[in-house]
Design a protein around this ligand. Structure first.
Ligand code: SF4
Length: 256
């Protein structure tokens, strides 16, 4: 299937389904995906050599220049958000704290009403540097694609198994509220059928949402090619039905 890598470190602004008019920031390589997950639906494709970083991270100073230039260039057409996303997990960049701090300074200088958004799988949130970086982020959107460890580890295929209870602890240890983003899909991998809209999964997932009390729950399905060809998108009506159940818990939702 036709997945893709972002070819630039600062891209857009693009109209995002989830985030409005967004200037994207890819802190990672433009040659490879750099992620400790290998989600079956990842638009960047499968990780070629999981755990290995073939291309060096771009230096902090070079990134600073690109970021300032990217923000200045986008001012004419206007942006709503600056989003850390791109070819992998942004918080894996070794200078993420300094970069987040710099980004907040640039936002304050050039576009003070804009939000800084981080799309993350949440696995690094226990690290003190990453925790400190969250002070400079306005919206922390954390991936939670299933309500059980088995299903999450199947769909997101992390390099080391993820335990949802540990992820919940990491999120709860932050001193700010978060957004949860969940990709709903069904398909088959190595003969195993999966469907995270199953009643069993929805009940477990909603139980975790109740523990986390996120500011918002973003609910969506695939709209682009995925590395695993058997993946099927979930119809909008079904996503809306799931959202209604989440709202009955007193949580705000966004279906995109
Ligand atoms: S966490 Fe994001 S970048 Fe990493 S594999 Fe999953 S979708 Fe791709």
């Amino acid at each position: 299937m036709s997945t893709f890598l972002f070819s630039e470190h600062v891209f857009g602004p693009i109209k995002s389904r989830r985030l409005g008019r967004s200037l994207g920031v890819n802190l990672l390589s433009t040659q490879d995906k750099v992620c400790n997950f290998d989600c079956l639906y990842c638009e960047c494709g499968y990780t070629k050599e999981p755990g290995k970083i073939k291309h060096k991270y771009m230096s902090r100073d070079d990134l600073f220049k690109m970021l300032e230039e990217g923000i200045k260039n986008s001012l004419e057409n206007g942006i709503d958000e600056i989003t850390f996303a791109g070819n992998g997990e942004p918080t894996l960049h070794p200078d993420f704290l300094e970069i987040a701090k710099f980004m907040a300074q640039m936002r304050d200088e050039y576009c003070e009403d804009d939000q800084i958004v981080l799309l993350t799988n949440g696995t690094t949130l226990h690290k003190s540097q990453i925790k400190s970086a969250m002070d400079f982020i306005d919206t922390i959107a954390i991936k939670l694609d299933a309500g059980t460890d088995d299903l999450l580890n199947l769909i997101d295929s992390p390099l080391s198994p993820v335990h949802i209870s540990e992820l919940v602890e990491k999120i709860q240890s932050l001193s700010c509220s978060v957004t949860i983003q969940t990709m709903f899909i069904k398909g088959e991998k190595n003969g195993i059928r999966f469907d995270n809209t199953s009643e069993e999964n929805i009940l477990s997932w909603m139980n975790i949402l109740q523990q986390l009390e996120p500011e918002e729950v973003m609910i969506y399905s695939v709209s682009r090619d995925t590395p695993l060809e058997s993946i099927e998108a979930i119809p909008l009506e079904k996503l809306k039905e799931i959202a209604r159940r989440v709202e009955d818990l007193g949580l705000k939702t966004l279906v995109v």
